[in-house]
Design a protein around this ligand. Structure first.
Ligand code: ZN
Length: 245
């Protein structure tokens, strides 16, 4: 892949299945993207309208949801799905068969779940549309699961022009390039060629420096949480805000 780029709708590209569509709602009340073939990546999600940073792209309810301890119910729940949902689920990428995307063998439910399942804290879910968003280490979308609504929310995290691929991320971004590339190869079986991963020289060193700094700050915040000092953090931020106001 060459990073976020422009894609053309190919003849025969899959449109949304009705049941999958019914699990989604869209920012602005309409779907402003399409799932189309993307060079070197199989399918991807491409904007058909502009998005402003912060816009809701899609909110999607899972096709299957499990609590921890229900791992052995995956097949049973899959068997109970309508045929249309089964087809959509089994059309998703299976890294253990498709590998780098060059070969296409017989996908397995286990492989599809391990490739596309999303941990929610309470358990794990499968989302058929979110699974079509490709990874970037410099993503233009952010996603998070709302447990109360049982919805995955995808937001634009930058301004996005129509024609750009929408990408979120599937691993920790606060890691230097070598570490990200190794983890993506190991966990997802592909070599990332997003804009952040193809940088070299001073630009790459600066990016890695920012990510190390980000990781350090995340660890500091985590330490404060572990110590139960959230109230102190709030007080500190409030104090700083008052001083700088
Ligand atoms: Zn990357």
């Amino acid at each position: 892949m060459e990073g976020p780029g422009r894609a053309q709708r190919a003849a025969g590209a899959p449109g949304p299945a009705p049941r999958a569509e019914a699990r989604c709602r869209y920012g602005g009340g309409r779907r402003s993207f399409e799932v189309v073939p993307v060079a070197g990546l199989g399918l991807g999600v491409v904007a058909t309208s502009d998005f402003a940073c912060g816009d809701l792209v899609v909110a999607e309810r899972p096709v299957m949801a499990f609590s921890w301890g229900e791992e052995d119910r995956v097949e049973e729940m899959f068997d109970g799905l309508p045929e249309e949902d089964k087809e959509v689920v089994m059309s998703l990428h299976d890294q253990f068969v498709d590998g780098s995307g060059q070969a296409d063998g017989q996908r397995s439910l286990d492989g599809v779940m391990r490739t596309n399942g999303y941990r929610t804290g309470d358990g794990f879910v499968l989302l058929t549309l979110l699974s079509r968003f490709n990874h970037s280490c410099s993503p233009n979308c952010e996603h998070s699961f709302d447990g109360d609504l049982s919805e995955m929310h995808v937001y634009a995290s930058t301004d996005i022009a129509a024609g750009e691929e929408l990408r979120t991320y599937w691993m920790e971004l606060a890691a230097p390039t070598d570490e990200r590339l190794a983890l993506l190869r190991e966990e997802l079986g592909f070599t990332c060629r997003c804009p952040a991963c193809v940088r070299s020289g001073a630009a790459a060193a600066a990016s890695d420096g920012r990510r190390r700094r980000l990781r350090y700050l995340q660890e500091c915040l985590e330490d404060l949480r572990v110590e139960g000092a959230d109230a102190d953090v709030e007080r500190g931020l409030s104090s700083k805000k008052n001083k700088t106001a």
